[in-house]
Design a protein around this ligand. Structure first.
Ligand code: NAP
Length: 241
């Protein structure tokens, strides 16, 4: 029987590729989520539909009511959603002293509070079924921090704490909670960076691809990772920072 996975922020970038790899794997129904880019989400839906049953749902993960609706709509279509991937995220560069309270809320509410809202909405049915997988997309910056990315780094460090604590809280119900910490991956979020310069700091000599993260997510969701819980898997090509 097919399992069902929700990937937040799957209209573009890493989330899009995670959605397509789960679809192609043949073992999952798919819930595609987006905030603004309906057309991009439709394209993911069209492509994924060749391989599996899927639905796209607009919801801003930073808004509790919208996350609750996301849960209800996904449940109506598929019933039990056993896997959630908290991927939706935003970044903003600049000196911390130039950041406003609004900037702080925007980043923290999307990245950290959004992960909390989504996990909280979907966990009760996982607990009921004594089965579930939660995969949170953190960042290498959550481990090491980066200048001019203070709020983003804090939000991603928060996701690591959330992951480790929640794994302990719900592990007894057959629910595994893990995080992935991507290094530098080429997406809309990073396309403005000086990639060539940055690649000198990556052991494998090149920036990562969305597929690299998607494969890690597919593995963590699978039974091949049955003994992995509360961990942060770095997928960064050996980033030297
Ligand atoms: P991206 O290309 O900018 O895509 C972001 C995705 O998140 C889009 O699908 C966007 O939806 C969605 N999103 C943003 N705010 C949302 C909200 N409030 N509610 C629902 N969806 C929302 O970013 P990416 O590079 O793929 O990043 C994906 C995740 O990986 C993020 O958590 C990011 O922090 C993390 N990460 C990325 C890198 C990297 O190098 N790229 C490295 C480490 C970690 P719309 O299209 O509808 O706006």
């Amino acid at each position: 029987m097919a399992r069902t996975v929700l990937i937040t922020g799957s209209s573009r970038g890493i989330g899009r590729q995670i959605a397509l790899e789960f679809a192609k794997s043949g073992g999952y129904n798919l819930v595609i989520n987006y905030k603004e880019n309906e057309q991009a989400a439709k394209e993911v839906l069209n492509e994924a539909s060749k391989f599996c049953s899927c639905i796209m749902i607009r919801a801003d993960v930073s808004k509790k009511e919208q996350v609750d609706e996301l849960y209800n709509d996904a449940f109506k279509k598929f019933g039990f959603i056993d896997t959630i991937i908290n991927n939706a995220g935003v970044a903003m560069s600049g000196l911390m002293m130039d950041m406003s309270e609004n900037d702080y809320s925007y980043i923290m509410d999307t990245n950290l509070k959004g992960s909390f809202f989504v996990a909280r909405a979907f966990l009760p049915s996982m607990i009921k079924h004594r089965f579930g997988r939660v995969i949170n997309i953190s960042s290498i910056l959550g481990n090491v921090g980066a200048s001019c990315e203070v709020i983003y780094s804090a939000s991603k460090a928060g996701i690591i704490g959330l992951t480790k604590a929640l794994a302990k809280e719900v592990g007894g119900y057959g629910i595994r909670v893990n995080a992935i910490a991507p290094g530098l991956i080429y997406t809309d979020m990073t396309k403005h960076l000086d990639i060539k310069n940055l690649e000198d700091n990556i052991v494998v000599g090149k920036i990562g691809e969305c597929t690299d993260i998607a494969m890690a997510a597919l593995f963590l969701a699978s039974d091949k990772a049955q003994y992995i819980n509360g961990q942060v898997l770095s997928v960064d090509g050996g980033l030297l920072i």
